[in-house]
Design a protein around this ligand. Structure first.
Ligand SMILES: NC(=O)c1ccc[n+]([C@@H]2O[C@H](COP(=O)([O-])OP(=O)(O)OC[C@H]3O[C@@H](n4cnc5c(N)ncnc54)[C@H](O)[C@@H]3O)[C@@H](O)[C@H]2O)c1
Length: 474
């Protein structure tokens, strides 16, 4: 293994939302380290090599532009990248398994195992293999066993280095992380990785633990974050029933330094590729170890999230005189949160599916999500329900879904607007212009509590927010 930092070579398998941005940041901050990101998906690699990156993140274009062509490469040359590297990150997807044992709960580790086998096949000498993907506890054990079968007698250290970036703020999170976590058995290997991050991250923010603590900490962090969202969302339902205001309750409890103000925003429900998948994975692990009560405790976080999404669409239907059939509803936002083009598990998918089931006509606008992606998510959502997309549902989506190019066009002639992503541009829309184009009564369902309700009501809207009393012009 090369030991001089100036000739260090890093390879990352998986050029997704994690692999792309994290490796671009390492390359930017360490111009002398050669970083090679590889993926089997040629289209994705081509996008990373173009000016239209596959991942939208504020500030990411600049980071990639600075390093690409200097010490950052994207390619499909997996074998070559592995064979040249001193440190190999595995950042492939670990989706929830949808078949066989553990279906609907366990992580599908097929892609991780394939990577480990590929590394074993292509390696010579000594390499450090780093788990960047989020994995169940003790996955490193299986990875080590596979690596130990290396054909060319290579030796390995396996580290766990879970990623804590949040989509939408990935660049800032990577520049100034709360902490970097590295778990491993070999002090030398851990120190080698510490030295990479220590180029721009203060040493006290680089935590080192044993392998299993590191693997479990990532699942636990996501479970705690999602739990806070489900907790405040549970209270939002009680607020709507009692006349309390969830934003006021959140402010009141968030000022308690033991609770803190972050992640207390009530909403239509959490989304994204990680929270649900990681909690279900945790639930599966607990069940595997016979911890039934612990499993049930965490599963409730997902149950509450499903309830919150369903509650929102039911409220729309109920408020609009118990029918949305043939009514036009503008959907503002389809990404799972603002400042990302990622729609995986977005609450918008579930709400749109429910409204389409009620035969509403949807006009969807999102500043970063292309029409093809919106249609494909909706098709998958209906396919999930019946185990394959039926002709009936395909026709329903084709006939009842339109994609608009801006928020005003989406709201034109609409009976209602549903805000499903908290994009900043929705906060500053011209309320007069929107109102004039809509049918009466002009309903607004703010699934993110971002709009200025009083202002909207002054313009004539009837506004329904999460966990707050409804407001209408008198
Ligand atoms: N997205 C997030 O915000 C986030 C944050 C922290 C951790 N994570 C974790 O990081 C991991 C990756 O997540 P992501 O969002 O980047 O996934 P992703 O689906 O965006 O990217 C994964 C990439 O890996 C590639 N891939 C799969 N198998 C491969 C193989 N054998 N060889 C080469 N490439 C292969 C896929 O083609 C894909 O491009 C997951 O375990 C996830 O839980 C994600």
């Amino acid at each position: 293994m090369n030991t001089t930092p100036s000739s260090l070579k890093i390879c990352c398998i998986g050029a997704g939302y994690v692999g792309g941005p994290t490796m671009a940041m390492i390359a930017k901050q360490c111009p002398d380290i050669d970083v090679h990101v590889v993926d089997l998906n040629q289209t994705r690699v081509d996008q990373w090599n173009s000016s239209d990156l596959p991942v939208y993140e504020p500030g990411l274009d600049e980071v990639v532009q600075e390093a690409r062509g200097r010490n950052l490469r994207f390619s499909t040359n997996v074998d070559q990248a592995i064979s040249e590297a001193d440190i190999i990150f595995i950042a492939v997807n670990t989706p929830t398994k949808y078949f066989g044992i553990g279906a609907g709960r366990a992580a599908n580790l097929e892609f991780i195992e394939k990577c480990a086998r590929k590394i074993a096949e292509c390696s010579q000498g000594h390499k450090i293999v780093v788990e960047k993907s989020t994995l169940p506890v003790r996955t490193a054990e299986a990875v080590k066993r596979i690596l130990n079968s290396a054909a060319k007698g290579a030796t390995f250290d396996v580290l766990s280095n879970p990623e804590f970036l949040a989509e939408g703020t990935a660049v800032q999170d990577l520049l100034h992380p709360d902490r970097v976590l590295i778990g491993g058995e070999s002090k030398e290997a851990v120190e080698r990785l510490v030295q990479v991050y220590a180029r721009w991250i203060p040493r006290e923010r680089i935590l080192t633990t044993n392998l299993w603590s590191s693997e479990l900490s990532k699942l636990t962090a996501n479970a705690f974050l999602a739990q806070r969202v489900s907790s405040i969302n549970a209270i939002s339902a009680l607020c709507e029933a009692t006349g309390a205001d969830v934003d006021e309750v959140a402010r009141a409890i968030g000022t308690d330094s033991r609770i803190g103000p972050k992640f207390l925003k009530a909403s239509v429900g959490f989304g994204g590729s990680c929270f649900q998948k990681d909690i279900l994975n945790l639930v599966y692990l607990c069940e595997h170890f016979g911890l039934r009560e612990v499993a049930q405790y965490w599963e409730q976080v997902v149950v509450m999230n499903d309830y919150q999404k369903r509650r929102f669409s039911e409220r729309i239907v109920r408020t609009m005189f118990n029918t949305v059939s043939d009514k036009k509803i503008a959907i503002w936002g389809f990404a799972f949160k603002k400042d990302t083009n990622d729609t995986r598990e977005s609450a918008a998918i579930h709400v749109c599916r429910d409204l389409l089931e009620e035969r509403a006509r949807l006009v969807i606008y999102d500043p970063r999500v292309p029409e093809s992606q919106i249609r494909s998510e909706l098709e998958m959502a209906f396919a999930d329900l019946v185990g394959g997309l039926s002709d009936k549902h395909k026709k329903l989506i084709d006939a009842n879904v339109t994609v608009a190019t801006d928020a005003y066009a989406a709201a034109k002639d609409a009976h209602a607007i549903a805000v499903l992503t908290e994009w900043d541009e929705f906060k500053t829309v011209d309320a007069t212009r929107v109102f004039e184009g809509m049918r009466r009564p002009a309903f607004v369902f703010d699934g993110r509590n971002i709009l200025d309700r009083e202002n909207l009501v002054k313009h004539g809207f009837e506004v329904h927010s999460i966990g707050r009393p409804s407001l209408a012009h008198i």
